[in-house]
Ligand binder design. Structure first.
Ligand SMILES: Cc1cc2nc3c(=O)[nH]c(=O)nc-3n(C[C@H](O)[C@H](O)[C@H](O)COP(=O)(O)OP(=O)(O)OC[C@H]3O[C@@H](n4cnc5c(N)ncnc54)[C@H](O)[C@@H]3O)c2cc1C
Length: 442
């Protein structure tokens, strides 16, 4: 009998601030006994919940069940920096830009995903605290960063994309710090409170789907024409399965040695004292150098705060230690005080890390991986928008629909095999540390 068994289950490192700012969720509805569904989805992140929404959009009579290992909002979907970006964002490039043709197609697709998410936010009454289509800035702090911004602006001009360069004075007026030397504003990014968005999406969907949290899938077994998903105390039979558990698909043996498991790290301050920082009360800045530091100023439920994200590590074990979070935290403290010396008295309240999945050739791991099992994993750089897109596509494929989105995924290469270990991990970590050093003050 065909059987895929989970060799490990997700562990979420540190205390993710975004979810802690929200009221505690109602008790989890854990999968119990023997249940059935037409389509079962593993994972309730961007991909899983978007797949669920797309399935019932296409066929409102479909019985859809989502099994999530932990609580919605506690996984990577609720612990990211919340930039839902429409434009090219190639982390391996110096300035995020790729080739014009590929970037134009990718932008069209990510915008379809953002429109899908915007309609969901509207349908489920999510306000601007959760889903804010306000654009973002690429912030530079060195002559090299200014150069990256100019290169990226030239690339956007060739693509016919709206953008505006900001000088140091405009950046200071916006951010309240004189740290930045230039900025590049692009209007199409949505700024998410990621835990509020993903919990809002789940809550909006639950009348129409069965969502089981704290229900990690430990086995996927062929059962007649369909599949049986096992948890430690129950099972769910379904005709088809969508894998939306990102890198943990490899824990079941899918895409073995073809996925890179990265972690990135974030810190969130306690509420800022009134009047301690000038500038706008909300803004989001990605670094001009892709390996630099992302900074957000937020204002909403939980008060005004600064959120810093910096450092990537490659961890094929899919786990990171508390000491890795502490080391990233020391880096964040330095980045924070360099930018905001006026906030020296403001402490950090939350620190965490989260798992991302990339492939060597920067492509998703998508499509039918066994009869009736569809994969929507490995989002590479833009997981919030690309995860949404992958979920939409997997849902359409599972129902036999063909669209511009499914055609685009079908035309992509498969993820390439990684170099042998320990070379792959040592090489990836050495490259990351070197790029982090080269990004310097960015
Ligand atoms: C600190 C940080 C900052 C980031 N910033 C950004 C950003 O600003 N913009 C951006 O686009 N991306 C960002 N990302 C990346 C983004 O969060 C991910 O790419 C995105 O969450 C991927 O979505 P997904 O639905 O594919 O996977 P996930 O969000 O990882 O969801 C997969 C879900 O599957 C569940 N699962 C795993 N195994 C099982 C199992 N056996 N049974 C049941 N459930 C299981 C997990 O618990 C998880 O909830 C960031 C990530 C981090 C950590």
């Amino acid at each position: 009998m065909t059987r895929y068994t989970a060799r490990r289950l997700p562990k979420q490192p540190g205390s993710a601030g975004w979810n802690r700012l929200l009221p505690p969720p109602p008790p989890a509805r854990i999968l119990d006994g023997d249940a059935t569904a037409d389509i079962a989805i593993i994972g309730a992140g961007f991909a899983g919940l978007s797949a669920a929404r797309r399935l019932i959009q296409i066929d409102p009579g479909l019985k859809v069940a989502v099994l999530e290992a932990g609580r919605v909002g506690d996984g990577p979907a609720g612990r990211n920096s919340g930039f839902m970006i429409d434009l090219p964002h190639d982390l391996a490039s110096e300035s995020y830009a790729g080739t014009e043709d590929r970037d134009a197609e990718q932008t069209r697709l990510t915008r379809a995903a953002i429109a899908f998410a915007a309609a969901a936010a509207d349908d489920y009454g999510l306000g601007r605290d959760a889903f804010d289509p306000c654009g973002k800035i690429n912030a530079a702090a060195t002559p090299a960063g200014d150069g990256h911004n100019r290169d990226y602006a030239a690339h956007l001009a060739k693509m016919g994309e709206d953008h505006r360069l900001l000088d140091a004075a405009e950046m200071a007026a916006l951010t309240g710090t004189e740290y930045y030397s230039s900025g590049l504003f692009t209007p199409g990014t949505v700024m998410l409170q990621p835990a509020a968005y993903i919990r809002g999406l789940a809550a909006g969907l639950t009348p129409a789907i069965a969502l089981h949290e704290d229900s990690p899938v430990t086995g996927i077994l062929r059962d007649g024409e369909g599949w049986r998903l096992e948890t430690s105390r129950a099972s769910l039979r379904a005709q088809k399965v969508i894998l939306a558990n990102n890198g943990h698909a490899e824990s079941f043996g899918f895409f073995a040695r073809r996925l890179l498991h990265f972690f990135t790290y974030a810190s969130m301050t306690e509420p800022l004292p009134d009047g301690a920082l000038g500038g706008a009360r909300r803004w989001g800045a990605t670094p001009a150098d892709p390996m630099g530091t992302t900074v957000r100023r937020i204002d909403g439920e939980g008060g005004g705060r600064i959120v810093i994200r910096s450092r990537f590590t490659c961890d094929p074990s899919m786990e990171v230690s508390n000491s890795a979070i502490a080391a990233a935290g020391r880096l964040h403290d330095r980045k924070f005080i360099e930018r905001f010396p006026m906030l020296a008295e403001t402490g950090i309240q939350y620190r965490w890390a989260g798992h991302l999945c990339l492939s060597w050739n920067g492509v998703p791991a998508h499509g039918e991986v066994a009869t009736g099992v569809f994969s929507a994993i490995c989002q590479n750089g833009l997981g919030t928008s690309k995860g949404t897109l992958a979920g939409m596509s997997a849902a359409e494929m599972a129902l036999g629909e063909v669209s511009e989105i499914t055609r685009a995924f079908a035309a992509m290469e498969a993820p390439k095999r990684l170099p042998p270990e320990p070379l792959a991990t040592i090489g990836a970590n050495a490259t990351l540390r070197w790029k982090e050093w080269r990004a310097g003050r960015e």
